[in-house]
Design a protein around this ligand. Structure first.
Ligand SMILES: [Cu+2]
Length: 89
């Protein structure tokens, strides 16, 4: 009984976040502490993007966005617009 209830709650929460996606983009070219911030700002400006967090040590950008409003290509374009390069996936 308890597990059925849990499954129902899980099902509901899945519906609530439908369209929400998290993507990790490899970025190359960040050469100082200010660089990742530039990329974050550009990507956050994309319609549908909820958050963007850069991990400079790993050279990764973690983006949470609404899949129905933005596509990965839009995120990659924003990274390029910030002056950096999207590394191979
Ligand atoms: Cu820099």
């Amino acid at each position: 009984m308890k597990s059925i209830l849990f499954a129902a709650i899980l099902g509901l929460s899945t519906v609530a976040v439908a369209g929400e996606k998290t993507e990790t983009i490899k970025v190359s070219g960040w050469h100082c502490d200010k660089c990742p911030g530039k990329t974050e700002a550009k990507v956050k400006a994309v319609n549908g993007v909820e958050s963007a967090h850069a991990d400079r040590a790993k050279g990764e950008l973690h983006v949470k966005y609404d899949d129905s409003k933005a596509k990965r290509a839009d995120l990659e374009k924003a990274v390029a617009d910030s002056g950096f390069t999207v590394a191979e996936k």
